[in-house]
Design a protein around this ligand. Structure first.
Ligand SMILES: O=C(O)[C@H](O)COP(=O)(O)O
Length: 334
């Protein structure tokens, strides 16, 4: 294995996990509320902290620098609120085998399929106009399976823009059918961080060989890459840039967006949204198949946590747009 990488002591590392659970014992780190769920963890052992959902746990993120590309569609509408759902793919066949996966294109396990379906139930009342996924099948499967649960019953359709011909050949010629569809944009920039020479290795065997601290550093440090792979910082350079350039303008235009991607590409985006430091992000863990909701309003991102269920009051009580959308769905089925 090339590229020996030095390791620091990570003794003070705590772990945090996005979760739908709540707790009464909380502490604030910057503008993020972290809630202690159970025992402290370290280096791949038990992860025992949660970052909860719910109105008390919302945080307001500083306004973004909006892209000034002269496109009037991107002018923030004062009254508009857009939903942003971030979801890590469900369990993959290599998650199950505990192998470093990175950019290897591995499908979901039956459990991963279930997780995606469950995630879909949790967000089935939240409006979604556009979907962004990585170019990897586990994220695309997750998005499609989740959308099958959505009450609006729009059909997600992958847009093929890789060539002029692919674009032309995948056109839909009915306005009515288009209205019943949701465009799915695939982007390599949202792919998992490239794990270099760790891809395909067993995580436990790698820790046994190189030590827990070294492997934890490769997996969680901000700026230390695994051998010949991407650090989180390098992953952020493409994933956060794509988020700002392509996804934020859609939110600004009032579109509700779901992003189905990966542990580390989403960690880099959440680090950006929640303004986590490079120390804080070490402890951010994302579970497979857990949707996370942000509201974009007047140029700010408001973190709403993870909807526990389709009817969770706190998700809808807070925003007029979401509660109206839900009422509309209710009236459509009654
Ligand atoms: O690429 C992988 O192996 C996983 O998707 C993420 O792995 P990590 O938890 O080691 O970053």
């Amino acid at each position: 294995m090339a590229g020996a990488v030095s390791h620091h002591a990570l003794a003070s590392t705590q772990s945090y996990r996005w979760s739908a659970q709540s707790s009464r014992f909380g502490k604030r780190t910057g503008n993020v509320r972290w809630v202690r769920e159970g025992s402290r963890c370290y280096g791949g052992r038990k992860l025992g902290f949660v970052c909860t959902s719910g109105s008390q746990q919302s945080s307001v993120v500083e306004p973004f620098q909006l892209p000034s590309d002269g496109n009037s569609d991107h002018t923030p509408k004062k009254s508009s609120e857009s939903a942003l759902i971030l979801i890590r793919h469900g369990e993959s066949l290599w998650n199950e085998k505990n192998l470093f996966t990175g950019c290897v294109d591995v499908p979901l396990t039956p459990k991963g399929v279930e997780e995606a379906i469950e995630a879909g139930k949790r967000i089935c009342n939240i409006p979604i106009d556009m979907i962004y996924t990585s170019s990897l099948i586990r994220a695309q499967m997750t998005a499609m399976l989740a959308m099958m649960q959505h009450r609006r019953k729009k059909i997600p359709i992958i847009m093929h823009n890789e060539s002029e011909q692919a674009h032309r050949w995948s056109q839909i010629y009915s306005e009515e059918t288009k209205k019943q569809s949701i465009p799915v944009i695939t982007a390599w920039q949202l792919n998992e961080r490239m794990y270099g020479e760790l891809q395909g290795l067993n995580k436990q065997e790698t820790a046994d060989r190189f030590g827990n601290e070294q492997v934890h550093e490769w997996r969680r440090s901000y700026d230390i890459p695994p051998p010949n792979g991407e650090s989180l910082e390098m992953c952020a350079e493409r994933a956060v840039a794509y988020f700002k350039d392509q996804i934020v303008p859609q939110l600004v235009a009032g579109k509700h967006v779901m992003v189905a991607a990966h542990g580390n590409s989403l960690r880099s985006i959440i680090m950006h949204l929640d303004k986590l430091t490079s120390q804080e992000v070490i402890s951010l863990e994302l579970s497979t198949g857990i949707p996370m909701l942000y509201i974009f309003k007047e140029g700010k991102f408001i973190r709403r946590g993870s909807p526990v269920g389709p009817s969770e009051a706190s998700v809808y009580a807070y925003t007029r747009t979401l509660s109206k959308y839900r009422q509309k769905l209710d009236s459509m089925v009654s």
